[in-house]
Structure formats: C-alpha cells, structure tokens
Design a protein around this ligand. Structure first.
Ligand code: 2F8
Ligand code: CA
Length: 330
C-alpha cells in the first residue's frame, strides 16, 4: 500500500507501519509498550542513512580523482608537443620567420652591446688606474702644501724675529754712531787745543813711499808720461797704491801738481744731479776758482770727468773715456 504525506500532521500515512505515528497518536506512549520494536526501527534507519552517506562520499571521491587525472593529462599534453617534446622547445626549433629576423637583429645588437660593454669596462679600468694615481698625487700635494704652509709659518716667525733684531741693531748702531761722532769731535777739539798749546808739535814729519813725492804733509804719485789711462783705470791705479786721485784744495797745491804733469786726471767728477761736482772722498766742490774760462761746458753733453789742462793750467771737463796721465795723493 502507498505511503502519503499528511500536511497537517506532518506524518507519513498509510496502511503500513509508521514509526512516529504511534507516539503522536499516544503521547503518553503506546510505543512504550512496544519500545524494542521502535528502537530497532530507529537504529535501522540510522544505519541506512549512514550507509547512504558512505556511498555518496565514495562516489564523490572517485569523481574527483577522475577529474584530477584528466586535468594532469591535459596539462602534460599542453606542455609537450605532438612529438612529446616541450611546446616551447618546438616553438624555438621552428620559430616564425619574422621572429628569426628579430632574433638575429637582437643577437647583433647583443653582440654590439657586449663589445661596447667590454670597451667601457676597459676604459673604466683605465680610469680607475688614473683615478688611483690622481688620488695618490692629490694626497702627496696636500702633504706638500701642509709642509710648505708649516715652513712658511716658521719662516714668517723667523722673519719677524730678524726684523725685530734688525731694528734693535739699527737703533744700537745709530746710538754708537752718535757716540763715535761725539768722541771724534772731542778728539779734534783736544787736538786743536794741544796744537795751540804746543805749536812745535804740529810739524809731524811724514815719510812717503819711494816713487812718491812729498809736498806739505801729503804724498803724491805722478804717473809716467808714457802711460795714459781713462778716468776709471787711473783711479784704480791710485787705489792700488793705497791712495786716490788727487783732491786739489789750494792754488799752491794746483801749482805743485801742474809743475809735475801739465795734463792729468784729478779726483773730481760730475755729481748725480748733473750740475755740482764731487771729490773722490765724497765731498762736494765748494771752491770754483780753478776752472778755465768757459768751463765746465759739458761739450757734446758727455763731459763728466775733470783734467788739468795744459793750455790754461786749470780745470776742464772732458769725457771720462779719454786717456791721460794721472796724479794720486795719500
Ligand atoms: O774749447 C774748449 C773745449 O776744447 C775741447 O773741445 C774742442 C775740449 N774737449 C776735449 O778735450 C775732448 C773741451 O772739453 C773744451 O771745453
Ligand atoms: Ca770742457
């Protein structure tokens, strides 16, 4: 007999047995009277459900394994070519022609770039060597600059010390010079006083070397008439003999000289200012009375030395390069 579902009672109805129906119909429990039958039915139902679940799980697992195997096969086919080689290798073995061209171009570019890279590497190595040299040079230069600046500092300090010493010594020298001048002045004063008090002592006999002529209290050397020298060499000769060219300070002295040599150099030259005249001892000419008439005339703007001239037995300015005899005194 078929089973029917009762919507109101939510029970299966039929002529046959319904496991729940008795309990609903008799809540106080008519099933209690048939409890063992109820329990057996419930256990059987549970076992049936359990068996059904096991079957479903086994079926599902089987399906999953089948799909997994299929998926693995598909992946292998995709990875391998028809000939069993990997698909990528096949593509590389027989690439399309445009790809081959591109590959060649890229290969060429790669080679060019590799060559450039090599060259750049070499250049880099060379620059690194130069850089190392420059770093060493820079270090040496820095060291030298440091040493030089140290030396400069020391030298500057030394220079300052020397300057101070020089200034002190200059001061001392000036003080000593003043003392010396004062002592000389005192001596001269005492000498004058002594001469005044002892007139006979003035006449101090002085001896002159041979070939020198004594006149007054001075000695004179007159050069041989056969020898002529310019002004500078004449003066050198006098100095080598321990004297200098004659300095004429009186008519008497001029007359003495000109009687021994009519034409001769004397120790008088034009001063730096171009106008005044100086003696060999550095003193300036004060007495102008012994010039010839019209002299000094600085003829041709080149007459800076003085001679005793035969014509007038007086002085004339002439070029220093001219050659004459000379007269020395000491
Ligand atoms: O007339 C005086 C004149 O005579 C000479 O020049 C022509 C002298 N020159 C020499 O002796 C070189 C001048 O010094 C002198 O003034
Ligand atoms: Ca002259």
């Amino acid at each position: 007999m078929p089973l029917k579902f009762n919507g109101q009672s939510e029970e299966l109805e039929g002529d046959g047995w319904s496991p729940l129906a008795p309990a609903r119909r008799s809540p106080a429990g008519s099933c209690r009277s048939r409890s063992s039958v109820c329990w057996i039915g419930a256990v059987a139902l549970c076992l049936g459900l359990l068996l059904l679940s096991v079957i479903l799980v086994a079926h599902t697992t089987n399906k999953v394994n089948q799909w997994d195997a299929k998926y693995t096969d598909l992946m292998e086919q995709l990875w391998k070519g028809q000939d069993g080689q990997p698909a990528e290798q096949n593509m590389l073995r027989a690439p399309p022609s445009n790809l081959t061209r591109e590959l060649k171009v890229m290969q060429n570019q790669h080679n060019t770039l590799a060559a450039s890279l090599d060259r750049l590497q070499e250049e880099l190595n060379r620059l690194n060597v130069n850089r190392t040299d420059l770093i060493q040079l820079d270090a040496r230069c820095s060291n030298m600059i440091y040493e030089l600046s140290k030396s400069k500092k020391n030298l500057t300090a030394e220079q300052e010390q020397l300057k101070t010493q020089f200034n002190n010594l200059t001061g001392e020298m000036e003080a000593l010079q003043k003392q010396y001048d004062s002592v000389v002045a005192s001596r001269d004063q005492l000498q004058e006083e002594f001469d005044r008090l002892n007139p006979k002592s003035n006449v101090t006999e002085r001896m002159c070397p041979s070939s020198w002529i004594k006149f007054g209290n001075k000695c004179y050397f007159v050069s041989p008439s056969s020898q002529k020298k310019n002004y500078a060499n004449s003066r050198k000769d006098c100095q080598s003999r321990g004297g200098d060219l004659v300095k004429i300070t009186s008519r008497l002295e001029l007359d003495f000289v000109k009687t021994h040599r009519a034409i001769a150099w004397i120790g008088l030259t034009r001063a730096e200012d171009g106008h005044s005249w100086v003696w060999v001892d550095g003193t300036t000419l004060e007495n102008h009375e012994f010039w010839q008439d019209g002299e000094p005339n600085n003829a041709d703007m080149e007459e800076d030395c003085v001679e005793i001239s035969r014509e007038a037995s007086a002085w004339n300015d002439v070029p220093c390069s001219r050659s004459f005899s000379w007269v020395c005194e000491s």
